[in-house]
Design a protein around this ligand. Sequence first.
Ligand code: PLP
Length: 369
Amino acid sequence: MKKRISFAGPSITEKELSYVLDAAKNGWYEHYDDYTKRLERTFADYIGVRYALATHCCTQALHLAAAALGLDENDEVIVTDFSWVATAYAVAYTGAKCVFVDIDPETWTIDPACIRKAITKKTKAVMLVHTFGHPADMDEIMKIAREYGLFVIEDAAPAVGAEYKGRRVGSFGDVSCFSFQGAKMTVSGEGGILLTDNEEVYRRACLLASMGRTDSKSVFWSDALGYQYTMGNLAASLALAQLERVDELMDKKRELFDGYDKRLKDIPGIRMIREKEGCKSNYCYPSILLENKTQEQRDAILAGLKACNIHARPGFPRMSRFPVFEQRFENPVAASVEQKGVSLPSAANLTDEDVGFVCETLLSLLKTV
Ligand SMILES: Cc1ncc(COP(=O)(O)O)c(C=O)c1O
């Protein structure tokens, strides 16, 4: 069997091992949250915001974001239709209604023109995703948000280090959230972080993340229906070591993307998803659209790759089609990515030779399927 070409996976060095070992040995007693605090400070400074709260996973950070902004069943939130479902469920947990809109065919991020069309009297917020590390169109989105008085939540789960016009994503909206799940660029197994410049939102998120505990009337007193959503020191030690290597990890992703780009960019029927001018993608998941294939053919190509031990992924199904949601718009671009989109392997342990093998296999499948 050929080497497994994994879709994603981290690079772990002596640095990570030494931080984790230190946390396991010494991260107790008065040091029980040293790494969590360091991770929060370092991440906030890196993105350029004032407050950070580390959570057990990004889904929880997104839920806290929606709850801390006070969203509830009277509200509508405009959500990109193309994402992992955590993006939408975080909104739905508050009772607010998700109104799913279409994406830009060049970046697969939410289309600002579609946001405009979906606004009603009930609209309270926009939930965008920096899809696969490509920045959403923040100038347009923030302009619309200001015009209509909407909150903006940036789901930046895979997008650490990505930039829009020289500014890091995660620093534009009212709240932003990143993930350290094992397939992301910087990992801690499971992990997430919420960022904001708004002190009140931060305080509210902290309260909700720690079971609403205030100790106001007695020890263990709780003043709000909260959750146990905080990140432990051990996971934080791993996430911190990874964050301190983020430039190197981004270079690796770009090298892999360049390897795909040089081999695939001139192939008819393949559309490479690449950063727009003025934007820096972190190329967390290099992706393509198989323009001339049907969904069945795309799936057969993915199966053909898998038979060669190459693990690629299909585009997300539109969340608006899930049983718990209602579909207000058809969203044809998201539909085409659902049917014809492929994200290519970009695990940190891949070489240019591996990328060459993926492309060769893909090109031969394109001819036969
Ligand atoms: C866009 C997006 N949002 C949210 C999440 C949820 O992150 P987590 O697994 O850390 O809860 C993911 C994870 O894959 C994601 O890709």
